[in-house]
Design a binder for this molecule. Sequence first.
Ligand code: FSO
Ligand code: SF4
Length: 542
Amino acid sequence: MFCNQCEQTAKGTGCTVVGVCGKKPTVAALQDLLLYALKGLAIFAHEGRKQGIIDEEVNLFTYQALFSTVTNVNFDEQRLQDLITQAITLREKLKSQLVGQGGKITSADPAVAFQPASDLDALVEQGQAVGLLTDKEATEDIQSLQLTMLYGMKGLAAYADHAYILGKSDDRVAAYLQKALASIGDNNLTLQDWIGLTLQCGEINYLAMELLDSANTEAYGHPVPTAVPLGHKKGKAILVSGHDLKDLEELLKQTEGKGIYIYTHGEMLPTHGYPFLKKYSHFYGHYGTAWQNQKKEFKDFPGAILMTTNCIQEPQDLYKDNIFTSGLVAWPGVNHVSKGDFSPLIEKALGLPGFTEDEEKGQVLTGFARNSILNVADAVIEAVKKGAIKHFFLVGGCDGAKPGRSYYTDFVEKAPKDTVILTLACGKFRFFDRQLGDIGGIPRLLDVGQCNDAYSAIQVAVALSKAFDCEVNDLPLSLVLSWYEQKAVAILLTLLHLGIKNIRIGPSLPAFITPNVLQVLVDNFNIKPISTVEEDLAAILS
Ligand code: FSO
Ligand code: SF4
């Protein structure tokens, strides 16, 4: 196996024996093969679109297949085999439509005629033979751009899938994904073309994030500032992790009146801010921190657990029977909720002890998505003009297990008292419960939401730039980001597409970026790795 798509990749270069995430070589091979089969499908979809053939099922499958290969989503060989089979079925359907309309495929890419083996072992061998989806004949730098684009596309597909679940889609997203997949292997494309296609991923991701923002806010209202208890109530309990709001809503509906309290974990924390989810009185509090702490946090949770998206880790024996997956998440041998029926999970929760008494553990604030912040825009602008707020930091992104990530905690703690910190995604758990006080009633720590809500943070920056009549790059605003998996790659590409400069990124740079590609990013966007907190703060505030 070779996988280098996330920040925790082995030795900072690539997982070759087994994934640090727990991905087995067989699973890695099947994921590679799924992408290969998807590329074959994409070539037909791309060609078909030129002839007016647009297939919604193919588009949705494109999102789901890419999302299934994101870090910490699908570890299940059988599920991956099913997806490979589905790719071929859809490809053949498109092919007959295309031929029926007198069209034909001229591509010499063998992926268009790929036939999957019928048994799992042979399928794994096929996956090992195809390997990573890059053009092995291309230069190292072009392959680096292809991987950057592919990983960004996985993140983009995840956002598109989330929006789709809530009824929002835009054919430009699928059109881009299919065109980009079909382009891998096209040796007419130059390095400059690849830079363009990679940045286009950021452009289309911006569109997907906008769709997701409207999907979330139209379904559940605009988040409002909300205090979320960190303790618990006496009673049966279900813990919900991941990012899927629809699953959470369904679960809230199906548990109403059953004497079960619902708690959030990880990236689900900001869901407490949505008016249409808040209305459920049994939607109580938040338990635990970020995904990488789940093994120790889940074993102490006295109820059932639902993983709605990434990031799942190998379930431990102590809670393996209590954990359920939904949607695209899969771990072999773990219960899966199908067709939105949460009754097995609810039964499990009712059979577990739950919390035996109430416990207070303080609370944290969330719900500072774009609407909440823009509602107090006048006060914020006034505070900046009076000099009460000197600088804004966006300290956000993914969390992970590396010790270097304490940088982000230190950064927030050492940021001067006249600065405001916006945060989002699971990286916030490094400091989410710090009491940083307020500036004239404006909290110094503002939780914008999940990584899925990066669009909201961008809108805040755009609104500030309008208010101060300057470019976003000229605002007293600095982005200090942490990355882990491919949604972060997609967001970074969006920020670059929008021309945002001077981003600091850590805890380490992606293994898939070659020195030349990094130089392009430095030259055009002045992107830089994090250094020490003291040095970075001094440089930013000088
Ligand atoms: Fe974190 Fe995991 Fe939200 Fe990622 S839970 S690491 S960027 O999947 O999605 O922030
Ligand atoms: Fe390694 Fe990350 Fe790939 Fe898992 S997803 S195999 S940890 S690079």
